[in-house]
Design a protein around this ligand. Structure first.
Ligand SMILES: CC(C)(COP(=O)(O)OP(=O)(O)OC[C@H]1O[C@@H](n2cnc3c(N)ncnc32)[C@H](O)[C@@H]1OP(=O)(O)O)[C@@H](O)C(=O)NCCC(=O)NCCS
Length: 157
């Protein structure tokens, strides 16, 4: 397990931040979103997507072997408000800094496109992660899968 973790840590340091473009990239990108955000709650494949994928900005950290280590998405609710969704880091690569770097990159994309504010719905387990990165809780958000508490959070950028 320690070796597995060490290998993942090394992979995470060598990972590149990319926009997924090929079918293989997107397959791994969506698979990571499903494994991290849906499979633990017995949600079917396909539930890791919504109807805004085409219009969204997608970013991923890709290891040298092509594996997706981190994934995240940005879409616009209005010209000035962007929303981050589907942030997922492979469990073996968590706490290595990839989530922070991915979030910063999504924020940069939002800023470049003219957004003044970012919103997201954070599950309770991730609330502190976002607070540490300047997001404030606005109130409760929709509960997912009948049990996962989420909080609406926002940040002026
Ligand atoms: C929440 C999540 C996206 C965060 O991504 P991550 O890559 O684990 O986050 P980071 O490694 O950037 O930061 C996590 C912590 O590790 C620490 N860290 C960052 N770089 C580090 C490094 N090089 N070495 C050790 N620790 C480090 C950070 O200080 C941070 O701690 P803090 O929150 O107290 O500041 C990820 O854990 C995840 O996918 N969780 C499960 C799914 C989920 O909850 N997604 C969010 C949906 S709302």
């Amino acid at each position: 397990m320690a070796n597995d973790r060490d290998a993942q840590w090394k992979q995470s340091k060598d990972a590149s931040l990319v926009v997924p473009t090929t079918d293989a990239d997107f397959e791994r990108y969506f698979d990571l979103r499903w494994r991290v955000l849906r499979a633990p709650w017995a949600q079917p494949r396909g539930s890791e997507r919504d109807d805004r994928e085409q219009e969204s900005i997608h970013l991923m950290f890709r290891a040298a072997n092509g594996d997706a280590l981190a994934a995240g998405r940005l879409h616009f609710n209005t010209p000035f408000e962007a929303q981050v969704r589907f942030m997922a880091v492979d469990p073996r690569a968590q706490n290595c800094g990839l989530g922070s770097r991915l979030l910063e990159a999504l924020e940069g994309r939002a800023r470049d496109a003219g957004a003044k504010r970012i919103v997201l719905n954070a599950r309770e387990s991730a609330q502190r992660f976002y607070e540490q990165r300047g997001y404030c809780v606005e109130g409760p958000a929709e509960r997912l899968f009948g049990g996962v508490d989420h909080w609406r959070m926002s940040k002026e950028i």
